[in-house]
Design a protein around this ligand. Structure first.
Ligand code: NAD
Ligand code: DAU
Length: 351
């Protein structure tokens, strides 16, 4: 089949990546979407069961840290663009095992940059290398203020330091080699298919099983929550209309202290499970804090709104309700990902 464009999406079997793959495959039948994923514990092809038979979709299992494999993939498909999401993404795991994060997030990104640079040399027009990053690179805020695109980087966990490093390298390849890059830095995502090591799905799963809901420290740490499908739509817009060499912040305009968020989830789950009001809140348990825990993240997404017209589409109340419903309706998915290795991780992390 002759396609208009061939786009590589890395990390497409993960949480955000699977929503991006689904959006691109369905919205752009003239594009060939190639999903490259190593299928780590966080990658799950079940997330993409509804698109796997589509003519414009291909899956490649592989590791972005493998230079030869990445180069051969660029030769095989002659990509016009890259949307790079593959990464080790969980802060707690980066504290236990930083090296994995350095390898996947830094070396992996450099391998992709090198392959794109070589493949597109002298033919950069119309090509695009889109790097998906995080608001955590900006560090931690106090009670006031917001991260803007020009906020100085101040990463404070091995995860955020590895992402910051990859952002710097992406910009360096633009300035040094004229690689047509664009970067976005996004706040905390939530929604269907998120691995239950992250706060929201972990809490939903534990409420369901009447297990303690672990709140790190005093519970007043604040995050800015964004519905994952809104993030995927922002990625689509930035990929197609973002200016080369620019950075765009993406946020939910939806700040919550962790304890407030968990209380809201308890109330939603009580209603959905037919439990008496207040029952799930009794599961809330304060536990040892995360080392180096960033106090507050909050994104100012004005640039994206003004330049490209993007804003979040649904209210947080609606999004959290939809998320709880999805996890309750997808018990097999949840059981599959929480068996085996995850059990061991959980016992160690929350011992
Ligand atoms: P995730 O952990 O759910 O998925 C990551 C995917 O990358 C998995 O499918 C995994 O198998 C794959 N992967 C990991 N290492 C790989 C390797 N070496 N080679 C090939 N594939 C590999 O992560 P996510 O939450 O979907 O995050 C996706 C991206 O978005 C990451 O770059 C992350 O830093 C960024 N981000 C995430 C959030 C969030 O709230 N989850 C917010 C902002 C930015
Ligand atoms: O801000 C964007 C980032 O959001 C992404 O770059 C990361 O990939 C993503 O994992 C997420 O990082 P956080 O560390 O903010 O997310 P997490 O869900 O792990 O934690 C959210 C908050 O909840 C944080 O303040 C830590 C706290 N927490 C987390 C867990 C897992 C708890 O209190 N208890 C828990 O058991």
């Amino acid at each position: 089949m002759n396609f208009e464009k061939t786009i590589l999406i890395t990390g497409g079997a993960g949480f955000i990546g699977s929503h991006v793959v689904r959006l691109f495959v369905n919205k752009y039948p003239g594009y060939h979407i190639v999903n490259l994923d190593k299928l780590t514990y966080a990658g799950n092809l079940e997330n993409l069961a509804d698109v796997e038979e589509k003519m414009n979709y291909s899956f490649e299992k592989g590791d972005i840290t493998n230079q030869d494999f990445i180069r051969s993939l660029f030769q095989k498909y002659q990509f016009d663009g890259v949307v790079h999401l593959a990464a080790e993404s969980h802060v707690d795991r980066s504290i236990t095992n930083p090296l994995e994060f350095i390898e996947a997030n830094i070396i992996g990104t450099v391998n992709l940059l090198n392959a794109a640079r070589d493949a597109w040399k002298g033919q950069e027009t119309g090509k695009r290398f889109y790097h998906i990053s995080t608001d955590e690179v900006y560090g931690s805020l106090g009670e006031e203020g917001f991260f803007v695109e020009t906020t100085a980087y101040d990463p404070r966990s091995p995860y955020s330091a590895s992402k910051a490093s990859s952002d710097h390298l992406v910009r360096a390849y633009h300035h040094t080699y004229n690689l047509p890059v664009v970067i976005s830095n996004c706040s905390n995502n939530y929604g269907p298919n998120q691995f239950p090591e992250k706060l929201i799905p972990l809490v939903i799963n534990n409420i369901k099983h009447n297990k303690p809901l672990p709140i790190y420290g005093d519970g007043k740490y604040t995050r800015d929550w964004l519905w994952v499908i809104d993030h995927a739509e922002a990625i689509d817009l930035i990929y197609h209309e973002g200016r080369v060499g620019e950075t765009y912040n993406i946020g939910g305009n939806n700040e919550r202290k962790n304890i407030e968020l968990v209380q809201t989830l308890c109330d939603i789950m009580d209603a959905q499970l037919g439990r008496p009001v207040g029952q799930s809140r009794t599961l809330i348990t304060y536990v040892k804090d995360r080392p180096g825990h960033d106090r507050r993240y909050a994104i100012d997404a004005t640039k994206l709104k003004n330049e490209l017209g993007w804003q979040p589409s649904i209210s947080p109340e609606e999004g959290l309700k939809l998320t709880a419903e999805w996890y309750l309706a997808n018990e097999t998915w949840l059981n599959n990902v929480t068996s085996g290795a995850y059990q061991k991780y959980y016992e160690k992390q929350y011992a």
